[in-house]
Design a protein around this ligand. Structure first.
Ligand SMILES: C[C@@]1(CC(=O)O)c2cc3[nH]c(cc4nc(cc5[nH]c(cc(n2)[C@H]1CCC(=O)O)[C@@](C)(CC(=O)O)[C@@H]5CCC(=O)O)C(CC(=O)O)=C4CCC(=O)O)c(CCC(=O)O)c3CC(=O)O
Ligand SMILES: NC(=O)C1=CN([C@@H]2O[C@H](COP(=O)(O)OP(=O)(O)OC[C@H]3O[C@@H](n4cnc5c(N)ncnc54)[C@H](O)[C@@H]3O)[C@@H](O)[C@H]2O)C=CC1
Length: 212
């Protein structure tokens, strides 16, 4: 039994509020910047890690006050004052869809997992709060398991998959083609940087897609 559903949330353009400008805030802001969230940071001070991201967020140089969470889609309470973080939680829980209270997981309905990315491939790891350090270590193991070749491999597949789905060919052929793309043969060609093999697999698929 678990209280969580791991998921992918689209954050682009969503109003997000981060309270606090320390090291933890910087780590969370970096992730929000990467997914193009509309970020506001409220903090009397900015740590250098947060200050270096400043051109990516609206900055209100002051302490949190009641009403600040209004209109936010996501709130991160990352001040070093547990009472302030509790006040943020007590306000956010009534009307903010998602909130992360950095010093109190029981008060959070959103956790940041540790993440490994290879372009479109995103592997996220959570220990449900048991040990963020273990999550970080598992990510390092995954980085060794999934080489950088996954990025061009998946980008190629992604483009071809759209062509296949839109093509005027029978469903059975689409199924075969989608399986061909996902096959280890293409991945291994990327791993070996075998351009000729990559080209040949791609053009084989493209030819079939254009068949009427
Ligand atoms: C529940 C969760 C909620 C959330 O923050 O989303 C949470 C909560 C808390 N973390 C605490 C401490 C630390 N967190 C880290 C590191 C990370 N924490 C992250 C996620 C999460 N942390 C979520 C669960 C993730 C999971 O289930 O595995 C990572 C994975 C992702 C990220 O932060 O983006 C990132 C590593 C990845 C990276 O660096 O990429 C380190 C180590 C370090 O800083 O190197 C320490 C110090 C060591 C220690 O305490 O173990 C404390 C105590 C605070 C206090 O002392 O008061 C709480 C509060 C509590 O447990 O109640
Ligand atoms: N969830 C996580 O991943 C982790 C959470 N933590 C917790 O996160 C919190 C922040 O940790 P750090 O960034 O290391 O602390 P920090 O001391 O570097 O930063 C705290 C920030 O909060 C700001 N602040 C203080 N009072 C405020 C107020 N009233 N309104 C707005 N901002 C205010 C300060 O100006 C400062 O910028 C702590 O409670 C810590 O226990 C710590 C490690 C990891």
């Amino acid at each position: 039994m678990s209280d969580f559903i791991p998921g992918m949330i689209r954050f682009d353009g969503q109003p997000c509020l981060v309270v606090g400008g320390g090291k933890v805030a910087a780590r969370k802001i970096r992730k929000l910047v990467a997914c193009k969230a509309e970020i506001t940071v409220i903090s009397p001070e900015l740590h250098p890690d947060t200050a270096e991201l400043q051109h990516n967020f609206h900055f209100l140089k002051r302490a949190f006050k009641q009403g600040d969470t209004k209109g936010a889609f996501f709130v991160v309470a990352a001040s070093d004052n547990s009472q302030i973080n509790l006040d943020i939680y007590n306000e956010a829980k009534h009307h903010v869809p998602l909130y992360n209270i950095a010093d109190n997981q029981k008060h959070s309905n959103f956790f940041f997992p540790a993440v490994m990315e290879r372009g479109p491939l995103k592997i996220s790891v959570s220990t449900s709060g048991a040990s963020p350090i273990v999550s970080k270590k598992i990510i390092v193991q995954l980085q060794q398991l999934f080489s950088a070749d996954y990025e061009p491999f998946l980008e190629t597949i992604g483009g071809l998959r759209q062509q296949i789905l839109e093509a005027n060919v029978p469903a059975e052929i689409k199924k075969v083609l989608l399986n061909t793309l996902a096959d280890d043969k293409l991945l291994n060609a990327y791993k070996k940087k075998d351009e000729k093999m990559i080209e040949s697999i791609i053009s084989e698929v493209e030819e079939q897609v254009t068949l009427k």
